[in-house]
Design a protein around this ligand. Structure first.
Ligand code: SAH
Length: 209
């Protein structure tokens, strides 16, 4: 896997070693487990998708993480990206709207003895105010606009990666909160499953937790 990520321009040794130390197959349904070490998005049930590892690595590289950063992830999904983040920073907070996915992710994280992760079942478009502000926020589903509560929960100097666009196609934006407001730049074109919630898209696709 590390070799594939390197080919795709991921150069940060800490990120490469974090990916190498998390067994992706543990987080995937049995039906796709044999494809766990391909650099491909894979179905995880409930109409959802585990993102492509190289795209997840790119997120982490653009977030410029430091060990002491407090990180919020929206869209726990399989929990694989959550586990990789847990190797890079001291504390990870992750919100997922589909209860069954969150429960499954929790059991795999426990089995792997990854203990620095807090999971919440709920609407991540409103963030997780309890532990705010966050130094980095990763949104792993596609939003119509940058959800305002997430901007509010971003620390000064904090970075957020969020795919913004239509339900079909998005641009991955990197947003930085500065003293003068928000700075935003486009990273690449992408396609994510919809972010469903109050500051996202309306219903459909998966049961509410
Ligand atoms: N990082 C995950 C990506 C999963 S796909 C992985 O690689 O496995 C995106 C996830 O976002 C889905 O699990 C979906 O249920 C979840 N999601 C969509 N809208 C959400 C919302 N408003 N709050 C929290 N999670 C949401």
């Amino acid at each position: 896997m590390a070799e594939r990520l390197r080919e795709r321009g991921i150069s940060d040794p800490e990120i490469l070693s974090a990916f190498a130390s998390v067994p992706r197959h543990e987080f995937l349904p049995d039906a796709v487990g044999h494809r766990a070490y391909e650099d491909a998005p894979l179905p995880i049930g409930f109409g959802q998708t585990a993102s492509q590892p190289s795209l997840q690595a790119l997120y982490m590289q653009h977030l410029e993480l430091s060990r002491t950063d407090r990180v919020l992830e929206i869209g726990t999904g399989s929990g694989f990206q959550t586990a990789v983040l847990a190797h890079l920073v001291d504390r990870v907070y992750s919100v997922e709207r589909i209860r069954d996915l969150s429960v499954r992710a929790r059991s795999v994280l426990d089995r792997l003895r990854i203990s620095n992760v807090a999971l919440l079942v709920g609407d991540g478009t409103i963030g997780w105010s309890r532990y705010a502000p966050y130094d980095a926020i990763l949104v792993a589903a596609a939003a119509p606009d940058i959800p305002a509560p997430l901007v509010e929960q971003l620390a000064l100097g904090g970075r957020m990666l969020v795919p913004v666009g239509t339900r079909e196609a998005q641009r991955l934006l990197r947003v930085r909160r500065t003293e003068n407001g928000l700075e935003s730049e486009e990273v690449l074109d992408c396609t994510f499953v919809p972010l469903v919630g109050r500051f996202g898209w309306a219903g459909g696709g998966g049961a509410e937790g």
